[in-house]
Design a binder for this molecule. Structure first.
Ligand SMILES: [Zn+2]
Length: 211
C-alpha cells in the first residue's frame, strides 16, 4: 500500500482536502473520526470503548485506535493509495503502522494553520450527520440551511466543535500529537504545507505532491 498520513490540528482542513482527493483521484480516505463516530452510533465494541473519550475531547487510547485501523486496512489490495486522516495521532500508533511492511507510512503531510484561525474554523464548523460532508457557517454553508447538499441529511454542530471543547482539543493536539512531527521528520518523511490558503489552491498542490 502507498500510505500518506495527513497531520494537522483539528480544523486545519486536512479532512476536507482528503475527502476531495478521494472523490477526484483514486485515493481511499480513512477518516478515523468518521469511523469512530459511526462505530459509536452503531454501538459496536470499539464504539462503546471510545465514546467517553470523544465526548470530552480526549484522545481515544492507542490500543482502541490500532484495533480500529488494523481492521480497516485488512484485505486491501497492495497497490491501493491510502490517505490516513486522524491516525496515527501518537508516536506508538505511528510505530504500530511502521512495524508491518504492508502498512508502513510513505509520507506525512502537515497542514500548518495559525491557532486563532483554527478556533474560528472549528467553532463555525458544521457537518452532515449522515454522510460526514463538512460545512462552515461562513466559508462553506450548505445551500439550504441545516440540510446536506450531497445527501439531504441533517447538518449539525458537533458537540466536540463547541467553544469549550475546542480549546481543550487544541491543547491535547499540541501536547500529544506534536511528537509525531518529530517522528516523521527524523525519518525524512515529513512535508509541511501552508494550510491557511483557499481550499482549491491547496488541493492543486496536493495533487502534484501525491502523483
Ligand atoms: Zn450528507
Amino acid at each position: 500500500m502507498n500510505i500518506t498520513v495527513f497531520l494537522g490540528a483539528p480544523g486545519s482542513g486536512k479532512g476536507t482536502q482528503a475527502k476531495r482527493l478521494a472523490e477526484s483521484q483514486n485515493f481511499i480516505h480513512f477518516s478515523t473520526g468518521d469511523m469512530l463516530r459511526s462505530a459509536m452510533k452503531a454501538e459496536t465494541d470499539v464504539g462503546k470503548k471510545a465514546k467517553g473519550f470523544v465526548d470530552k475531547g480526549d484522545l481515544v487510547p492507542d490500543n482502541v485506535m490500532i484495533e480500529l485501523i488494523e481492521a480497516a486496512l485488512t484485505g486491501i489490495p497492495n497497490n491501493t493509495k491510502i490517505i490516513l486522516d486522524g491516525f496515527p495521532r501518537t508516536v506508538p500508533q505511528a510505530e504500530a503502522l511502521d512495524q508491518k511492511i504492508s502498512t508502513a507510512v510513505n509520507r506525512a503531510l502537515y497542514f500548518l494553520v495559525p491557532e486563532k484561525d483554527l478556533i474560528t474554523r472549528l467553532t463555525g464548523r458544521r457537518v452532515c450527520e449522515k454522510c460526514g460532508e463538512p460545512y462552515h457557517v461562513e466559508s462553506l454553508p450548505p445551500k439550504k440551511e441545516g440540510v446536506c447538499d450531497k445527501c439531504g441529511g441533517n447538518v449539525i454542530h458537533r458537540k466536540d466543535d463547541s467553544a469549550e471543547v475546542v480549546g481543550h482539543r487544541l491543547q491535547v493536539f499540541h501536547k500529544l500529537t506534536s511528537p509525531l512531527l518529530s517522528y516523521y521528520k527524523t525519518k525524512n518523511r515529513l512535508k509541511e504545507l501552508d494550510g491557511n490558503r483557499p481550499i482549491d489552491t491547496l488541493q492543486k498542490e496536493l495533487v502534484q505532491i501525491l502523483n
